[in-house]
Each structure stands twice: as structure tokens, then as C-alpha cells.
Design a protein around this ligand. Structure first.
Ligand SMILES: CC(C)(COP(=O)(O)OP(=O)(O)OC[C@H]1O[C@@H](n2cnc3c(N)ncnc32)[C@H](O)[C@@H]1OP(=O)(O)O)[C@@H](O)C(=O)NCCC(=O)NCCS
Length: 323
């Protein structure tokens, strides 16, 4: 018997306020057509005042618990993937723990920017396989609207806010690729590219700072690295792209999503796409896509999924799992 980290529940939360592309035309030299054509984004959600990352993460976790038919007492750990925690510390995860009323176990954040959820899933998987936890709530939650430079048209039109959560549970499998649960992971980073995508604030500046990005440079790395990490993870899982039911990519740009699918040899019919509705929600984008894809009836029990993401660092990775 082989231990597997199996998805027991999934949920998400999106702020009420929806901002269509046209809204940026009032303040910036941009237009709906450019944003749609270059990124595939049509609208995004922005958090209201007081609607924090930990608030949205808690709501997503509650939705995942409800879907799983489990209670807070059933959890051993909470991992929140985020680059926009409410405060420098404590972690957003401990805030979620408190909000959920969980007084046992442990909680911590993972920071790998847009690749954060893949890194968090991999951490949760390792903890489950090593026996440190039986049930782990893995959340991706972000309020990137709070680190936008609203005068920079090359970044502020691309990002959005939201949260998604996946509840993983230790279950016995047979050690084959037919098992449900996480079948393989692949993580990478290369700090030489740290200046391509970063926030120009933090404890060293005494400010929160704004997101800065060399978009076309990030784009250049994205398709190649995403296809490579997905291929590595698929090989590790003992499956091929042909076996994949759903690619659930980080939702940054439709052209990156299409380019990666093409490199993997998969048609867009096998890709869960939410970028048009959410924009780039960084670490929240994959769990949001998993939850929306499940709610749409696309992702079903037994389906083989590959998730892949890249973000600041650069950091990138992939997870292969059977739903
Ligand atoms: C940001 C991105 C959409 C820009 O598309 P692009 O085709 O690479 O465009 P460029 O950055 O080369 O800019 C082309 C022109 O559009 C302009 N432009 C940028 N943003 C614009 C906007 N919102 N509206 C209109 N024009 C815009 C640029 O100023 C530039 O004008 P110039 O040629 O006069 O200098 C694209 O590079 C991208 O998606 N990169 C990856 C970003 C990403 O996903 N990051 C997160 C990874 S986690």
C-alpha cells in the first residue's frame, strides 16, 4: 500500500466587486480590446476595504470543508500560499486558523508568488506522505490589488483578488498512476531572474511597495519552463500528456496558457480556463480554477490533472494528481 494525498474538498471565494476592462479606460491610456487581445482578461474581482487575504482564505477554506463534509476539528494543518498576507507577520495561515476556530495543529504560509499554490501542494503532500499530518487545508489567497501601481498600465490591468482552497486527506493507494491523489510534483526556482518580477517594497524600505514586471521577459520564460515542468511531473507520475484529462494552469495570460498546451500537445478543450473572469490572482489562480472547473462539471472524480505555474523568483513547478 502507498500513502496518497487525496482531494476531499474544494472551494473558493471571490470579492463581490467585478471590474471590467473598460473601467481602466477612464484613468489610463489603454482599452478593452488591447487587454483582451494581449492577455485574454475581460474582468477581475477587487477586494473591498477590510476584505483581507486571510478573510478570503477563511471563506474558501470553509467552502472546501463544507464540500468535504468535514469540520475544522478534522484538520491537522493549514498552509496558505500568498505573497499578500495581511501583515508582515504573523502568517495569513495562523489568522485563518484563528478565524476557523482551530485550536490544535499548525499553520504556516508558503511564499512562491504565482507558483505558490504548487509549492504549497507539494509541501502538503510531503507532510502527508511522511505522516506529519493526515488532513491539510491548502489555500491560495491574494489581494494583489493592494500592490498595484494604478498609473502603470502594463501591470495594473492584469491582476485580481480571490482565494481557493483544496482539502487533502491521507488515503491508501496501490502505488500506481490509477490511484487518486497527488501522483508527482516538480519544483524549480532560479533567483538570477529575481528582477523580472518583484515588489519594490518590504521591510528594507519601510513601505508595502508596488509590483514591477518586465512582462515580455517573463513571457519568454513562461511557456518553455511551464511545458518543461509539466513534462517532468508527468514522467515522474508514470503517465503521458495523452493520459491527461485536464490541464489546470496558472491563469496569467491566455497566450501563455495556449502556448503551454500546444507544447504539451494538448488541445484547449482539455484546459480549464478562468483568466477571462479572474485575471491573474497569483497563488489563488490554480485553486480558483480547480474549484470553478469542478463546479462547472469539467473536473470529475478519477480525472487526471496536471497543474503548472510560474511566478516571481522566478519560481515554477507542476503537480500531477488524480481527482
Ligand atoms: C504584460 C503583457 C500582457 C504585455 O504584452 P506584450 O505583447 O509582451 O507587450 P509589451 O510589454 O511588449 O508591450 C507592447 C506595447 O504595449 C504597451 N502596453 C502595455 N500595457 C498596455 C496596456 N494596458 N494598454 C495598452 N498598451 C499597453 C507597451 O507600453 C508597449 O508599447 P510600446 O511598444 O510603445 O513601448 C505580456 O508581456 C505578458 O502577459 N507577460 C507575462 C506577464 C505575466 O503573465 N506575468 C505574471 C507571471 S506570474
Amino acid at each position: 500500500m502507498t500513502l496518497r494525498a487525496v482531494v476531499k474538498g474544494v472551494g473558493h471565494y471571490l470579492p463581490e466587486r467585478v471590474v471590467p476592462n473598460a473601467e481602466f479606460e477612464k484613468t489610463l491610456d489603454t482599452n478593452d480590446e488591447w487587454i483582451r487581445a494581449r492577455s485574454g482578461i475581460e474582468r477581475r474581482h477587487f477586494a473591498a476595504e477590510g476584505e483581507t487575504t486571510s478573510y478570503m482564505a477563511t471563506a474558501a477554506a470553509q467552502a472546501a470543508l463544507t464540500q468535504a463534509g468535514l469540520a475544522v476539528d478534522d484538520l491537522d494543518a493549514i498552509i496558505v500560499a500568498t505573497s499578500t498576507a495581511d501583515l508582515t507577520f504573523p502568517s495569513a495561515a495562523t489568522m485563518v486558523q484563528a478565524e476557523l476556530g482551530m485550536t490544535h495543529g499548525f499553520a504556516f504560509d508558503v511564499q512562491a508568488v504565482c507558483a505558490g499554490f504548487v509549492f504549497a501542494l507539494s509541501n502538503a503532500n510531503a507532510m502527508i506522505l511522511s505522516g506529519q499530518a493526515k488532513r491539510v487545508m491548502v489555500i491560495g489567497a491574494e489581494t494583489f490589488s493592494r500592490i498595484m501601481d494604478w498609473t502603470d498600465r502594463s501591470t495594473c490591468v492584469l491582476f485580481g483578488d480571490g482565494a481557493g482552497a483544496v482539502l487533502l486527506e491521507a488515503q491508501e493507494g496501490h502505488g500506481t498512476s490509477d490511484d487518486r491523489g497527488i501522483l508527482s510534483t516538480d519544483l524549480n526556482s532560479d533567483g538570477r531572474h529575481k528582477d523580472l518580477l518583484y515588489v519594490d517594497g518590504g521591510v528594507s524600505t519601510g513601505t508595502t511597495g508596488y509590483l514591477r514586471m518586465q512582462g515580455n521577459q517573463v513571457f519568454r520564460h513562461a511557456v518553455e519552463k511551464l511545458a518543461a515542468t509539466a513534462t517532468t511531473a508527468l514522467e515522474r507520475a508514470g503517465v503521458t500528456a495523452k493520459d491527461v484529462d485536464w490541464v489546470v494552469p496558472h491563469q496569467a495570460n491566455i497566450r501563455i496558457i495556449q502556448g503551454t498546451a500546444k507544447k504539451l500537445g494538448l488541445p484547449m478543450e482539455n484546459v480549464v480556463v478562468t483568466v477571462q473572469d479572474h485575471g491573474n490572482t497569483s497563488a489563488a489562480s490554480i485553486p480558483l480554477a480547480l474549484s470553478v472547473g469542478h463546479a462547472r462539471g469539467q473536473i470529475k472524480e478519477g480525472d487526471l490533472l496536471v497543474t503548472e505555474a510560474i511566478g516571481g523568483g522566478l519560481a515554477w513547478g507542476a503537480v500531477v494528481l488524480r481527482w
